[in-house]
Ligand binder design. Structure first.
Ligand SMILES: CC(C)(COP(=O)(O)OP(=O)(O)OC[C@H]1O[C@@H](n2cnc3c(N)ncnc32)[C@H](O)[C@@H]1OP(=O)(O)O)[C@@H](O)C(=O)NCCC(=O)NCCS
Length: 176
C-alpha cells in the first residue's frame, strides 16, 4: 500500500530504492536477525525487492521505512489489516545496530498507532514476539501496549524453545 497521507516521524514510505546492500546486510546479520523469521530463508537483493514490491502492491498491508536523521535504518509493517475486525499486526526491526537504544523502535511503534487509529480507523493493533526479545517487549510496553497472552514454547529461538508473547493496544487506550 502507498500511503496517501503524511506519515508521522520516524516513518516514511518505503520504496524499491531502499533495497540496498546495507538492507541485505541487516537481514544477514545474526545479531539483528536473531528473532526475525527472515532468518529461516536465505536472503538476497531479489528476494527483498520481491517482498517490498508485494508490500507496495498489497491492499491490506503498509510497509514503512524507519529513519534516523534522514537515513533509512529499519522497517515497520502494519499488516495484515483485517477490515472486518478492524485490527492489524505491527512488526518492525532496526537494522542499523548503532541506532539501537535511542528510542527509535518506541517512536516508530507510537507512530504506527497514530496511523492505525487516526488514519485507518482500526480498533486494535497487536504484536507477537519471542520471550527472549526483551528490547522489543520493552519498546512495545513503553509505547503503551498491554501484555495479553502467551503460547508456551511455540517458537524455536536461537537458544531453544521460547514462549511466544502477545501484546495489544485498543483504540481507546491510545493517547496521541
Ligand atoms: C528490538 C529492537 C526493535 C529495539 O529497538 P530500539 O530502537 O533499540 O528500542 P528503543 O530504543 O525504543 O528501546 C526501548 C526500551 O527497550 C530497551 N532495550 C532495547 N534493546 C534492549 C536490549 N537488547 N536489552 C534490554 N533492553 C533493551 C531500551 O533501553 C528501552 O528501555 P528504557 O527506555 O527503559 O531504557 C531492535 O533492537 C531490533 O530491531 N532488533 C532486531 C530485530 C528485532 O528483534 N525486531 C523485533 C521483532 S519482534
Amino acid at each position: 500500500m502507498i500511503p496517501d497521507f503524511t506519515l508521522p516521524a520516524p516513518l516514511r514510505p518505503v520504496t524499491l530504492a531502499d533495497v540496498s546492500d546495507r538492507y541485505l546486510g541487516w537481514l544477514n546479520d545474526p545479531v539483528v536477525n536473531r528473532y526475525l523469521e527472515t532468518r529461516w530463508t536465505p536472503q538476497s537483493l531479489d528476494i527483498i525487492r520481491g517482498f517490498v514490491s508485494a508490500q507496495i502492491a498489497a491492499t491490506d498491508s503498509l510497509l514503512l521505512a524507519i529513519e534516523d536523521q534522514g537515513v533509512h535504518v529499519g522497517n515497520l509493517k502494519i499488516g495484515p489489516i483485517n477490515r472486518h475486525h478492524r485490527c492489524a499486526d505491527v512488526s518492525y526491526f532496526i537494522g542499523e545496530r548503532s541506532c539501537w537504544g535511542k528510542g527509535l523502535a518506541t517512536a516508530a511503534i507510537r507512530a504506527a498507532c497514530d496511523i492505525a487509529f487516526a488514519r485507518f480507523d482500526l480498533h486494535r493493533l497487536q504484536a507477537g514476539l519471542y520471550a527472549g526479545n526483551v528490547g522489543s517487549l520493552r519498546a512495545l510496553e513503553k509505547a503503551g501496549f498491554t501484555r495479553e497472552g502467551v503460547w508456551r514454547q511455540q517458537l524455536l529461538g536461537p537458544d531453544g524453545w521460547e514462549d511466544h508473547i502477545f501484546l495489544g493496544m485498543l483504540r481507546q487506550e491510545w493517547t496521541p
